[in-house]
Design a protein around this ligand. Structure first.
Ligand SMILES: [Zn+2]
Length: 562
């Protein structure tokens, strides 16, 4: 495979016809070999992955370098999402993004801390003046970490177009990852799409059998069908240096030699990312946690990832005709896994009829829909849903059930509970909770106005009024009251809440606000002694934590330092 790096860039630009990206402008963000635990465009929950996840040898604190000269345009510190994130705009029109950082370089860290102390907030979003924080290619900018919505130490890395903010595939910019391994095909499904369509005597989708041929391609058992049908696949890509199951780069569907479907993950926009729920078979995913990518495009699917889409990728099968359907699955290095499905047009007796569960209420997706369920009212704006469907609505004591989680919502809808039967005191402790599959209550952002509580959500399921009467708990982790802490570099405390969850956390030392770094994954707040020079021997610490409905706890402690 000598020279395959050069090869695949030629290959990809020739075959995918994408905009040319400079492949020698940037350096990698880390000095270790680039091994990925996530690829660009990988299918995630309600979004496509907008960058690559670079493995950091199961540890934190690896130096992160600017991939090119530029100026820091944005710094965000958040408990969620990218955690500590840094954005650098480069003169060539791209912005690099580094996420889940442990901390920034000393210079940037001091800049950020200064603003955190000014704003008295751990979470900040900063847009430095242009050229205020300039970097050269290869400058240390940060250290890798695990902050925000990260399930283990890694660097989330993106390259966006500075003008459009559309993320582009970082590997197209010359970030090298060894990959000579073909994508892996896990399963293939056939979908009868038109009202009268059938596949293998079924009006419901059906899983196909296939076998590996001596030339390495896969051949499916012959499919009999009639009407409009489509196919879907579940596949992953593995690269050479890790066992991780990452996303594939491109899928093509060719019918009797004609290209019907061609989509790839060169780029997409954040605004369209949620339409992933129309690319995958959402109902199947919600039931089996398996993501089938459809080779056909639903009417409600507004994704721009398609380079070619003929007849929306749907195949019209006529009696007596034969069709050769080929599905080609590529990774970015150009490795190909090919599946051939022979289809014969044939009317057969239906053994698996279409199942449609009817209810009293039918949703027309393009229109707004209003329901009064007694305990609460539900308002779905137009286009909340992708498709029309029979919605299942239930009403109970302070509880409503809005269908189930097998139907995806694209937009927020509104649930309004009537709380007029409760006293003011009770209303203070009540909030709207969503019950998960284990029937445990999760706080839903509750807007309280007079005798109504409202929440906006995109999750179907069961909602109820829950009561939180217990204030958060605050427990010191690495120190005790009245202790000498001269050699300590940080203070650590555990904060937990039984129900509605932590909302605010604030602390003072001898009356002055101090920065607490909050890590929700470990329920930990940390104060770093480097932050504030303490000239007093006796330090009085006060920590105040509130939960989402306003229950508050205060912790005080005195310690000594020389
Ligand atoms: Zn990531």
């Amino acid at each position: 495979m000598k020279g395959f790096f050069l090869g695949f860039f030629l290959f990809t630009s020739m075959f995918y016809g994408q905009a040319p990206y400079p492949t020698d402008y940037f350096r990698p963000p880390l000095d270790i070999p680039i091994v990925l635990s996530g690829t660009f465009g990988e299918l995630r929950s309600n979004h496509f992955h907008a960058g690559i996840d670079i493995k950091t040898q199961q540890r934190q604190g690896l130096p992160v370098y600017a991939i090119g000269e530029g100026t820091v345009t944005r710094i965000k510190v958040s408990e969620w999402g990218y955690g500590k994130g840094l954005y650098i705009a480069h003169p060539n029109g791209y912005t690099s993004v580094y996420g889940h950082l442990q901390k920034f370089s000393p210079e940037i860290e001091a800049y950020v801390k200064n603003i955190q102390y000014q704003k008295k907030s751990f979470e900040v979003e900063i847009f430095p003046q242009f050229s205020e924080l300039k970097v050269q290619k290869g400058d240390l900018i940060a250290y890798t970490g695990n902050t925000g919505g990260s399930a283990g130490p890694h660097l989330h890395f993106e390259i966006r177009s500075s003008a459009s903010e559309m993320p582009t595939n970082p590997l197209l910019h010359g970030i090298e990852v060894r990959d000579a391994t073909d994508p892996t095909l896990l399963s293939v499904y056939a979908y009868p799409l038109s009202g009268n369509a059938q596949v293998n005597q079924s009006q419901e989708k059906i899983k196909l059998k296939y076998h590996r041929q001596s030339d390495g391609t896969y051949l499916a058992d012959k499919v009999t069908a009639l009407g409009t049908i489509g196919f879907g696949i579940n596949a992953f890509d593995r690269q050479d240096l890790a066992a991780n199951q990452n996303g594939v780069y491109s899928v093509k569907q060719i019918v009797n030699g004609k290209l019907y479907t061609d989509f790839n993950f060169e780029t997409f926009s954040f605004t369209e990312s949620r339409y992933i729920n129309t690319l995958i078979d959402y109902n199947h995913y919600s039931t089996y946690r398996e993501r089938i990518q459809k080779c056909f495009k639903d009417e409600s699917n507004l994704l721009g990832i398609y380079k070619t889409i003929y007849n929306n990728g749907k195949i019209e099968v006529s009696e007596g005709l034969s069709y050769n359907v080929e599905i080609d699955i590529y990774d970015l290095a150009g490795n190909l896994t090919k599946l051939v499905i022979p289809v014969e047009g044939k009317l057969e007796e239906i053994k698996i009829p279409k199942i449609e569960e009817k209810t009293d209420n039918y949703i027309i997706a393009k229109k707004p829909n209003n329901f009064d369920l007694g305990a609460a009212k539900v308002y779905f704006p137009a286009n909340t849903f992708y498709d029309n469907f029979y919605i299942d609505l239930k009403n109970g004591q302070d509880t409503i059930t809005i269908h189930n989680s097998k139907v995806p919502a694209h937009r927020n809808f509104t649930i309004t509970f009537d709380v007029s039967k409760y006293t003011d005191e009770e209303r203070k402790q009540l909030f709207i909770a969503r019950l998960d599959n284990n029937r445990s209550a999760n706080y839903a952002s509750t807007y309280k106005r007079g005798t109504t509580f409202t929440t906006r959500t995109r999750d179907l399921g069961t909602y109820t009024l829950a009561k939180d009467t217990v204030a958060p708990q605050i427990r010191p982790q690495n120190f005790k009251d009245k202790q000498w802490l001269t050699n300590y570099s940080y203070l650590s405390l555990k904060i937990t809440d039984d129900l509605s969850g932590i909302d605010t956390y604030n602390a003072t030392l001898n009356g002055e606000w101090i920065l607490l770094e909050y890590e929700p994954k470990t329920n930990t707040i940390t104060y770093n002694f480097d932050d504030l020079i303490l000239d007093k021997k006796q330090c009085n610490l006060k920590v105040v934590v509130t939960d989402n409905i306003g229950n508050s706890s205060t912790f005080t402690s005195t310690f000594y330092r020389k």
